[in-house]
Design a protein around this ligand. Structure first.
Ligand code: PGA
Length: 249
């Protein structure tokens, strides 16, 4: 794993945008699986700026949804697809036919998960997984315990995740208890993983991700065995003693 420690959230977001831009330059038809949540928002804003300036071409990208609540329709304000559309797809001018959803409103969600895995496989796997780190060590909604070979599936959200996500939707009773998540197996097989981690609240879990034993109880710890992982963190999330930056005493 490569670990990049940035001064703060804006520099973390710019560094992440550099990584993604380099990848898009090298492979304009790349297959990306992209997280929602707060952490990647700065990255997405940076990419949107680059798109406006004509620095990146998104017309041939293929985008896969990382996770979705079970039972929500597309127009539900809590739908993660809707969130992804607002912060990523629309600002980057990515059209519907470029996107593979994880349909929380499918009549048979288990079959929809199998179809999603099949589609990822047929496409040749993910080139890039843009991920955040859950306070409980989840990736997507691969809640602990999740093994390294877990497929895309329907899951029950842990109380920590329900609690943590309540801040987006105005209370725990607004957070659905079940969800669909892209599986660990295909996330770990991505040609490149970009894990973004910001803030003190993530410090303990980042330490376990980077250095702890690989365990289903910290799904992110399995990134230690993935091929090409770049973790970009800000100082606040760093478990080690403070790093100095140029110009600081
Ligand atoms: P966050 O979510 O970026 O909003 O902290 C990360 C996650 O729970 O996966």
């Amino acid at each position: 794993m490569d670990l990049v420690v940035e001064r703060d959230y804006p520099t973390l977001s710019r560094a992440a945008a550099e990584v993604v831009t380099d990848l898009l330059m090298a492979k304009a038809d790349a297959r990306l699986v992209v997280a929602t949540g707060e952490t990647p928002l700065g990255l997405y804003r940076n990419l949107a700026d680059r798109k406006v300036r004509g620095q990146i071409d998104t017309s041939r990208l293929r985008i896969f949804q990382l996770d979705e609540y079970l039972g929500l329709t597309l127009d539900d304000s809590r739908s993660l697809y809707r969130w992804m559309r607002e912060v990523f797809l629309e600002p980057l001018a990515i059209r519907d036919h470029q996107v593979t959803r994880l349909p929380g409103d499918a009549p048979n969600p288990t079959a929809a998960c199998r179809a999603y895995d099949h589609e990822v496989e047929q496409a040749g796997g993910y080139d890039l997984a843009i991920l955040g780190l859950g306070r409980n060590g989840h990736l997507g909604f691969n809640e602990p315990p999740s093994d390294h070979d877990a497929p895309t599936r329907v899951v029950t959200l842990s109380p920590e995740t329900v609690h943590s996500n309540a801040r987006y939707w105005g209370g725990e009773d607004r957070v659905p208890r079940r969800a669909l998540t892209a599986g660990m197996k295909q996330l770990l097989a991505a040609r490149r993983v970009l894990l973004l981690v910001s803030g003190r609240g993530k410090r303990a879990m980042l330490a376990r991700t980077l250095e702890g034993p690989e365990t289903p109880h910290v799904p992110a710890s399995f990134l230690q065995r993935a091929e090409h992982v770049t973790v970009i963190t800000d100082r606040d999330a760093m478990p080690m003693p403070a790093v100095s930056f140029p110009g600081e005493v």
